[in-house]
Design a protein around this ligand. Structure first.
Ligand SMILES: [Zn+2]
Length: 186
C-alpha cells in the first residue's frame, strides 16, 4: 500500500494560527514544561541535564540549533532592552549624525547599556548576560543607552579607568584636553 505523506500540513497549520493563538499555545507549553520540571526528583533532573549535555556535545545539529537559538534570544532581548531605554544615545553631547540628519546615535549595532552612576563591571561579573538584560528589562532605573563613543568619553571624563583619582600632572596631555573640552556625561 502506498504511504500517505502528510508533509506540509503542520507547516500550513502553523501559518494559519492567529498571533493570539500562538501566544496562548506558547504560554501553555511553558507552563507544562515548568510543571514537568517541578515534578522531577533531583536524580531525575540530573539525568535530564546529563542527557542534554551529552546531546549538545556529540550532535552537531543540536549544537548548531542551540547556538542559533541562544544567539537569537540574546539579540531579541538586547533589542527589547535598548528600545525600553529610548532606542538612541542619551548623551546630550552625542556627535553622531544619523542618516535622517538628527543627532544621537540610533544604530543598535553600537548602542551600549550604561550604568548612569558607574559600577557596571562589578555587576556584569556577578551575573550572566542573560540575567543582566532580564533585570534591566524589568527595572531600567539607573541605566541608559549610550553609543560606544559617548560611553568611552564618559569613562575617560569620569576617570573610571583610574578608579576616580584626579588627573595628575604627569599623565598624557590629551586626556586633560579632552576632559576640559566636554562636560562629564551623566
Ligand atoms: Zn552618543
Amino acid at each position: 500500500m502506498r504511504k500517505l505523506k502528510a508533509r506540509g500540513y503542520t507547516a500550513a497549520y502553523k501559518k494559519r494560527r492567529s498571533p493570539e493563538k500562538v501566544q496562548y499555545q506558547k504560554s501553555q507549553q511553558r507552563l507544562h514544561k515548568q510543571r514537568w520540571w517541578a515534578s522531577l526528583s533531583p536524580d531525575e533532573r540530573k539525568v535530564v541535564i546529563d542527557t542534554k549535555r551529552r546531546r549538545y556535545q556529540t550532535s552537531p545539529t543540536t549544537r548548531i540549533k542551540k547556538q542559533k537559538d541562544n544567539k537569537l534570544r540574546y539579540v531579541n532581548l538586547r533589542k527589547a532592552v535598548l528600545e525600553k531605554l529610548g532606542g538612541r544615545c542619551s548623551s546630550p553631547n552625542c556627535a553622531w549624525i544619523n542618516s535622517d540628519g538628527s543627532r544621537g546615535c540610533v544604530d543598535f549595532r553600537c548602542l551600549q547599556i550604561d550604568h548612569e552612576y558607574g559600577g557596571g563591571t562589578k555587576e556584569f561579573r556577578s551575573m550572566t548576560m542573560h540575567a543582566f538584560l532580564k533585570k534591566v528589562l524589568e527595572n531600567s532605573d539607573g541605566y541608559q543607552a549610550l553609543c560606544a563613543n559617548c560611553n568611552w568619553i564618559k569613562r575617560v571624563n569620569n576617570r573610571e579607568f583610574s578608579k576616580g583619582k584626579p588627573l595628575s600632572s604627569n599623565e598624557p596631555q590629551f586626556l586633560a584636553e579632552s576632559s576640559s573640552l566636554e562636560p562629564a556625561v551623566l
